[in-house]
Design a protein around this ligand. Sequence first.
Ligand code: FMN
Length: 344
Amino acid sequence: MGKIQSRKEEHVRICLEEDVQYARGPGFSDIEFLHNSVPELDMGKIDIGTSFFGRKMDAPLIIDGMTGGYPKAKEINKRLAAAAAEHNVPFGLGSQRAMVENPILTQTYAVRDVAPDVFIIGNIGAAQIAHYPIAKIKSALEAIDANALAVHLNALQEAVQPEGDRNFEGVLHAISRLSDSLKIPIIAKETGAGICADSAVRLKNAGVQMLNVSGSGGTSWSKVEYLRGKPVEGFEEWGIPTVVSIVSCAHHLPLIASGGVRSGLDAAKAIALGAKMAAGAHPFLAAKNPADEMGKWKMQLRTAMFLSGCANLEKLGKSRIFVTGRTKQLLECLRVDVSEYAMR
Ligand SMILES: Cc1cc2nc3c(=O)[nH]c(=O)nc-3n(C[C@H](O)[C@H](O)[C@H](O)COP(=O)(O)O)c2cc1C
């Protein structure tokens, strides 16, 4: 097995067997909805449907990209894609680097046989696209029939990893070139360290159409790398907490909120803060039945909307919430007046 293949296998094993979650959370516990005792709604009629790059989705929820490139990944991807298809929500693949470098591994990413209509998000690293010819990336996306591409930003992981690719020079230019020549939209996706407003603006200018903030507070890639040995230590809690990243970026591009989203209630909070969609990675990998997990998240989202009096997602985006604790402190450092969320 090649180096990338065995690394991807080790990541899944470590994520399932060890505690690799950030000790400091994503900030959702600092957010509370203002309860509405007179919702005047029939919960059964609440509309959680949305559109995603022009396609109708049953919920604003996503199974985020994780794996591919080794034999067991094939089974994991099919299981997750089938769950996403059952609920008509988008599904992300893990980094396609292994198949770009060794096309025989394409079959470990291919899910169309179990999910013919699911919205597939392909995945490639920002540090890699600067080195790959565009034609190679295009054919990797065509091979899995991707509907969008997530370009992942994983500077933290590469920086602490002994064999990491630490050259991020020319990344924005590479994204810009790629966005000019791809027919499908590009999402810029962090991998657990969050995106700040300044980076959001630069990514938007490079042609990115959506951001997946993937903030800190969920799966910690520095913790995963520490367990693989010989990393640069001391960065276990590095990153912008997911809630802070959502608030920072929401005015710049449509957002997917991820990083420590652990329930449909967290997803509801993310949308109330300005995200369009919410995604989870680790919870769906760890779930005995990922389709049941998605069903649970949908029910929790609907319940939060009922109790805050929101008939649809647009109303949820303007609902009244309290921002407290460390999240309030961090946002005030960025000159955000958090009382506006409670008083709107
Ligand atoms: C086992 C595993 C593998 C992952 N591999 C990738 C990857 O290849 N590409 C990527 O963009 N993100 C990858 N991620 C990051 C997730 O997509 C997500 O951004 C991050 O884990 C935070 O979400 P969570 O807290 O719900 O796990 C991976 C996550 C996990 C748990």
